[in-house]
Design a protein around this ligand. Structure first.
Ligand code: GLN
Length: 423
């Protein structure tokens, strides 16, 4: 059975197909040659399940989405205080490659703009290897596979990297750069040329959503404090001079890259990643921003409303005798948000019910977000299609009625009826 979450991601791709405004970045010649019609989306929960749709295997350069991860690594290596001494955490309100430092402090305003990211790269400890090797290995642990550099993108940007070199010399002259300007820019540009897919990025983002622990391997890659600090900086500075619009509209810590990717993190729940190469004037993917807006709206991801206690929705599963016939009862509890409904759907797909009759007991459910309402109806329709009889105990009418493709519907029972049928 196919997950309704995958069906949703397919729809997201098809419904944004009409968006063709913007242009791929052209200041890095190799990026200008990208196929502008490639598109992909992926979502990874804090349980480590990845759902991806579109050109999910297409690799592109990580670009500025490398900045948050490199920043976290610099904090782990140097401590937050030393990093904060050299790099600010205020939104700049300027373009990502602005040739300026904060006039009052002489520091780059934040680590998400190029000035701050070059200073960040120079703070990463090399530990007997090149800094870039260290960063790549870190990306590898985050994404769970070997990450390599797209050499064509790296050399193309190195050949046109005057602006970043200018920034590095500016930092050096004001005592804010821990390393050599040339070396720092070369390392930073190579870091940006790391080649990834949306699934890699979703896992990397999910590690941040999971408080620094890689959800698949269970390895702690970042401490809680660095993760929290990093997510705060992404929330206020991640989308450059569009950061305010972004936080109010989409409402999750995010970071874009000029190859067309955007990652987003909903702490405690999911990491998401989208890709489409055409960019707006801020350097953010046009279709990517629209996809993120829809993901946030459809999946209930806005930080200011999604911060509910994330406890498992499935309290217990039992096989019982119901009016003399075997039935599987799923007892649900708490708030049904994206992460809890995903866990339930995952369970139903991995171990499908073996009885004809399937009961969902929702008497202990407090609230059902629209995403969970939709996903549960779709899941129930799939179970009906497979020939199951579905009983829902939903005293507060939190899920809608619906019928499957053959016109069969769910049955609604009261808690009392369930109790007497079980007796
Ligand atoms: N490597 C790019 C640069 O330094 C990254 C910029 C970005 O993705 N916004 O210009």
């Amino acid at each position: 059975m196919r997950s309704p979450i995958l069906d949703y991601l397919d729809t997201l791709i098809s419904e944004t197909d009409h968006i063709s405004s913007g242009e791929p970045a052209d200041y890095i010649p190799e990026l200008a040659a990208a196929d502008p019609d490639k598109v992909a989306v992926a979502l990874c929960t804090v349980n480590g399940t990845v759902y991806a749709s579109g050109d999910a295997d297409h690799q592109f350069s990580i670009q500025s989405m490398s900045k948050p991860f490199a920043y976290a690594l610099a904090i782990e290596d140097q401590g937050l205080e030393r990093v904060r001494d050299l790099i600010g955490v205020e939104p700049s309100g300027e373009a990502f490659n602005e040739l300026s430092l904060d006039p009052e402090t002489g520091k780059p305003r934040n680590p998400m703009i190029n000035a701050g990211a070059i200073a960040t790269h120079a703070l990463i400890a090399s530990e007997g290897q090149s800094r870039v090797e260290r960063v790549l290995k870190f990306f590898g642990s985050l994404s769970g596979r070997t990450i390599e550099i797209d050499e064509a993108v790296a050399s193309s940007e190195l050949a046109t990297g005057d602006r970043n070199l200018g920034l590095a010399y500016l930092l050096h002259s004001s005592g804010q750069l821990a390393g050599d300007p040339q070396e720092s820019v070369t390392g930073y540009i190579r870091q940006c040329a790391a080649s990834v897919t949306v699934s890699d990025l979703a896992l990397m983002a999910a590690t941040l959503a999971n408080g620094g622990v890689q959800p698949r391997t269970g390895e702690r890659l970042l401490c809680r404090e660095s993760t929290r600090h990093l997510l705060s900086v992404m929330a206020s500075c991640g989308m450059y001079d569009a950061a305010g619009d972004w936080l109010t509209g989409v409402g999750i810590p995010a970071k874009s890259g000029v190859a067309g990717g955007i990652i987003g993190v909903l702490p405690g729940q999911v990491g998401v990643a989208v890709f489409s190469p055409r960019l707006d004037g801020h350097g953010n993917s046009v279709r990517g921003v629209e996809m993120m807006q829809r993901l946030s709206e459809d999946l209930g991801l806005h930080l200011m409303e999604a911060s509910r206690p994330a406890r498992s929705a499935l309290r217990e599963t039992r096989i019982v005798s119901l009016e003399g016939r075997p039935a599987t009862i799923y007892v649900l509890q708490g708030d049904l948000v994206l992460s809890s409904i995903e866990a339930l759907v995952h369970e139903l797909i991995q171990s499908p019910p073996t009885t004809d009759v399937v009961v969902f007991d929702m008497a202990r459910v407090d609230e059902v977000l629209p995403v969970a309402r939709r996903t549960s109806s779709e899941m129930a329709a799939k179970l009906l299609d497979e020939g199951h009889r579905i009983v829902i105990v939903d005293p507060e009418s939190m899920v809608e009625d619906f019928t499957d493709s053959r016109g069969r519907g769910i049955e609604r029972w009261s808690p009392e009826r369930l109790e007497s049928a079980l007796a």
